[in-house]
Design a protein around this ligand. Sequence first.
Ligand code: FE2
Ligand code: FE2
Length: 173
Amino acid sequence: MAHSADSAVGSKDILAEENSDKREEVVELLKKAYWMEIETVMSYIANSVNPDGVRAQEIKESLAQDITEELGHAQQFAARIKELYGVVPGSEEFSSEQSFLQPPGDQVDIVHVIKGVIEAEAGAIEHYSRIIELCADADPVTEDMVIAILRDEQGHMREFEGFLREYEKEGLA
Ligand SMILES: [Fe+2]
Ligand SMILES: [Fe+2]
C-alpha cells in the first residue's frame, strides 16, 4: 500500500508507490531496531535491580534512568514503522540476542554488567548508523529521527566506558 504520485519518477518521497522496495527495506531495519530497544529495556530493568554491593549503586541508578529513554526509542521506532505502511510486530516474533547482558553468576560482578551495556550500546550504534546511511537519500525523516536516537546511544556508551575506565584503573576490570 502506498500513495501514487504523478511525478514520482526519481522521487525522494519514501511513501510513493515507486519507492516501495526501499520503504520495505527501511521498515525491516526499523523492526530490528525496535526489538533491540525492547530487549534493552528488559536487560536494563534486570540489571538495574540484580547487582549487589555499594559500588553497584551508581550503575543501577544509571540503568534505571536509561529504561525510560530506551522505551521511548522503541515507541519512536514503532510509530515510524506504521508511518511507512508497515506493521509493528507482535511479541511472538521476538527473539533474544543480548547473551552478554544475562545476569552474571555472581551478583557483585558489576564489570560484567558494564561490559554488557557497552556491547548493547555499540550494537545499537552500529545498526542505527546503517539505517542513517540507507536513509540519507531516500528517507530524510527516518534519518533525522534515528540521528537523534543515535546521539542518545552514544551518550549511554560513553558514560559506561567511563565507568569501565574507573574499574580498569583500579585493576578490577
Ligand atoms: Fe535506545
Ligand atoms: Fe541506549
